[in-house]
Design a protein around this ligand. Sequence first.
Ligand code: SF4
Ligand code: SF4
Length: 431
Amino acid sequence: MGNIIELNEGKYLYMVDQNRIINSNIKDIFLANAETLTIPIMDLEISETMLMEKVRVLPMATLEVTQECNLRCKYCIYNESYEYFRPFTSHKMTWETAKQAIDYVYSLVEHRKEKKFDVGFYGGEPLLNVPVIRKAVEYSKTKFKEWDLTFSMTSNLTALDIKTAKYLIANGFHLNVSLDGNKENHDAKRVFVNGKGTHDTVLKNLKSIKGIDEEYFQKKVTFTGVYSFDLPLIEVRHFFDKNEIVKGQSVRINNVNKLKTDYYEKYPWDIKQKESEFQQLDEDIFKKLSHNEELTPLETHFNITSFLEVESHILRTFTTAAQTCLYDSRIFIDATGNLHICERINNNFAIGNIEKGLNFTKMAALLKSFTDLIKRECRNCEVRFLCTRCFSSFAGDGEFEIPPGFCEGKKRSIVKGLEKLIKYQEEGILK
Ligand code: SF4
Ligand code: SF4
């Protein structure tokens, strides 16, 4: 591929060093001026003092109110298939820890101008520790008095009772429910400890919430599914597009986490078949957009992730921090009071605790080791401007590392995204 990637059978070229797409007719003219258009790689150097400023803008903090979970999903990062994550435990966050966490987070952000903050609840399964959630909510309201304070929760929704549902509604919780789609797909992987599928319970509880307050449901309930490549995609689409309870609600689908796992050795899949399923989805979306038809939330999600992410990085400058946050987009407090960059990263990257606070020396060192990796591995990569990667993508056993297969997958999907972008522009769907 070199410094030019041929696209759409050579009709277009992606000029790597300039991070732009050109028509191949103008290749020679472009190359004559290429040097002036070359986008440099900027070394990002951030001191501890700068990091102290960064955390002042944090928009949210998430409390791991329990590490206990009543499910044993087959792809869960806490099961034995994942080497870098902690195992299942039943440790619950105490009220004292939750209070101290809220106090500490408040001390980080209290002097800033923008008085807007979200307190999130996460697990394990957060609904297994409702008493601490309730206390934390009431305490946050007094602590963040006169702030625009919101609450959010990610839940498997199997342990919901009516009283708690009413409490979540009354406090306007943004409720992100884990739901993988149709019963067959969902129950193949999302199971109770006894192995029984959870779909019926989740749907029953969703129905209850909708029954209590339909407006709340429409505004505040969203879904995140995990897609496992060994299962058919079409039923997932049908479910989110057509099911009476969930259709119209915002949904995003993540793939099973591939960081150091033998998951897909247990659940093998066929690459050709998968490509054809995603191709079909692309074609259906394209057809709808060509006819000015509105996309469903699921189609919108796939449309964004398949090429609009690539588009948003075209012509952008590049720093050695790549697309990672700089500890400024969230903070995660685990059940024992340790502080982490976010809920996606494994326990080997703790950045402090609620007793001693953030360890800015460690944070600066972690950032340096991340940017060193990017400098070493990505500097000459042909998709370096377009490849989204952050701390959590490369979090290994205490060191950052690029997981096997990551680059091949990224390159494939970025080239596809670029070709799709051109097709959409040619058809006038995207200006
Ligand atoms: S997912 Fe990545 S960018 Fe987002 S908060 Fe976590 S480490 Fe930062
Ligand atoms: S594909 Fe790999 S080498 Fe290329 S930018 Fe992404 S992580 Fe770096």
